[in-house]
Design a protein around this ligand. Structure first.
Ligand SMILES: Cc1ncc(COP(=O)(O)O)c(C=O)c1O
Length: 482
């Protein structure tokens, strides 16, 4: 095929102006990469090509120069030619590989649930309509007024000093965490906190104990880091490892949600907390204490939630972690890790080599939000609202699924777990409920390979108490209709 025919085929129809130059260079590049314009072929002079295709000569010159600069064409006294390029590899690429797109580890990860957050009963979502955005906007404005170039650069590892101080005193006052601000590391979300723990505290192939059932994102972080997983069943008092397991399957990492097990809601008993702490050896083990939603405490009047394990033994190899996703809003992406004193230098250095910090302005705004007492007020107000919603949800579940139906959790947080051993598979219920605009989660999905209790995890953060009975009735109807 002659060059003219190839070019004619390439060049028609072309848009006008600058886009025409861009398209000419793009078409020539595509033809070179596909081998249709072979190495060494001489291209027409710019004047001729411009005349043939009714475009400005400058446009052709521009396209040629761009391709010369990128290495697709060469130019000498003899004219402009197609460069000699190693094209075999790019030609051999299959168009759409079916296997091996991602790593094998990536294929083991459980699904995320992003789109459902605003639907009623989506677990783990705070009431985003109740977020005090005017007060928050004032803090942000104040933070922006004080901004300097330093706040726009990468942030120092660990986060803004002001926020580290505020978080340390907030956690001391509300969760009995015993730490200095230097032990607090601010990270962009609880997910990153877990990812950092998995990658910095253990090596690929090390064993991690996970609660069964378990928070899927924690499991994903551990699997993506190449850790081997040992699931340990949870009962009414939290994770219950047999003493022999410490010898037969010694863990490098243990991941726990002691204040409100996710998803069953059990609270790790004091005896078990002490047993874990007594068995941990620095340098041998790490325990990750994920305290994701215990700020919303619904324990009976007069009783307080058990304080953090970290405070029981501040020098134990425990990393305490929490998030502002439930207290404020998940899009904020601010969470924290509290590291034992003796691990601060090494952890800080490793964290800095893995992630760059940012969000200095938001972090300063958040420090002010905490220091002014606005966060504590918001949490106190919302804890009351959530307590009512939980009570209404519990009553509605009993009335539509039977007075004896098993419901667990509720000492803290934003969700309840409903057990439906005789109902159709929970995955089918989830699908039927989604058809009704309800976003419950299948309990079986929290177990490895989906083979666990049949039931539902229901969040009440976004469900208005007045609407809960009708929503539960709709859910019950969806279950009966399967
Ligand atoms: C058990 C548990 N831990 C940690 C988190 C961390 O949340 P985020 O990544 O939004 O900070 C969540 C959020 O849903 C959670 O459910």
């Amino acid at each position: 095929m002659s060059l003219d025919l190839i070019l004619a085929d390439l060049l028609l129809p072309l848009p006008t102006g600058e886009a025409r130059q861009q398209q000419l260079s793009c078409l020539l590049k595509t033809a070179i990469l596909s081998g249709r314009l072979p190495a060494g072929m001489r291209l027409p002079g710019s004047r001729q090509l411009a005349g043939d295709f009714r475009m400005a000569r400058n446009g052709v010159l521009y396209a040629y120069q761009q391709l010369i600069a990128e290495g697709f064409l060469t130019a000498d006294r003899g004219g402009t030619r197609v460069a000699s390029l190693p094209l075999a590899a790019s030609k051999a690429l299959p168009a759409f590989p079916e296997h091996g797109v991602l790593s094998r580890r990536a294929g083991q990860l459980g699904a995320a649930h992003i789109g459902e957050a605003l639907l009623p009963f989506a677990p783990g979502v705070a009431d985003l309509n109740a977020f005090p955005w005017q007060a928050w906007a004032r803090c942000l404005q104040a933070a922006w007024r004080m901004v300097s170039a330093r706040h726009l650069a990468y942030a120092p590892t660990g986060g803004e000093p002001a926020l580290r101080r505020s978080v340390a005193s907030f956690l001391a006052a509300r969760r009995g965490v015993n730490c200095t601000p230097e032990q607090v590391f601010i990270v962009p979300g609880g997910q990153v906190a877990l990812d950092a723990c998995a990658r910095l505290l253990a090596d690929p192939g090390d064993l991690v104990w996970l609660e069964q059932p378990c928070y899927q994102t924690a499991r994903n972080a551990m699997l993506a880091a190449g850790l081997r997983v040992q699931h340990v069943a949870v009962d009414h008092d939290g994770m219950a490892p047999a003493p022999a397991l410490w010898q037969s399957c010694p863990p490098r990492l243990i991941y726990l949600t002691p204040a409100h097990q996710y998803p069953t809601g059990s609270v790790l008993s004091l005896a078990r907390r002490l047993d874990f702490l007594n068995r941990l050896s620095p340098g041998e083990h790490w325990l990750i204490e994920d305290d994701y939603d215990s700020e919303f405490n619904h324990a009976r009047a007069g009783s307080r939630p058990l304080p953090a394990m970290q405070g029981l033994h501040p020098d134990a190899p425990v990393i305490y972690t929490g998030t502002f996703s439930k207290l404020l809003y998940p899009g904020l992406r601010i969470a924290y890790l509290v590291v034992p004193r003796w691990a601060v230098p090494a952890f800080g250095e490793a964290l800095a080599s893995l992630y760059r910090g940012g969000q200095a302005v938001e972090q300063r705004a958040l420090a002010q939000f905490l220091d002014s007492g606005r966060l504590t007020r918001h949490v106190r107000e919302m804890a009351g609202v959530y307590r009512t919603r939980q009570q209404v949800l519990r009553e509605a579940l009993h009335s539509h699924f039977g007075p004896a139906v098993k419901i667990t959790g509720g000492q803290a947080g934003l969700h309840l777990t409903l057990y439906l051993p005789d109902a159709p598979p929970d995955e089918h219920i989830v699908e039927a409920a989604a058809g009704q605009g309800i976003a419950v989660r299948a309990l079986s999905r929290y177990f490895p390979d989906g083979g666990g209790d049949n039931g539902l995890v229901l969040g009440y953060g976004m469900a208005d108490a007045a609407h809960i009975p009708a929503l539960v009735e709709r859910l019950a109807r969806a279950v009966r209709g399967i």
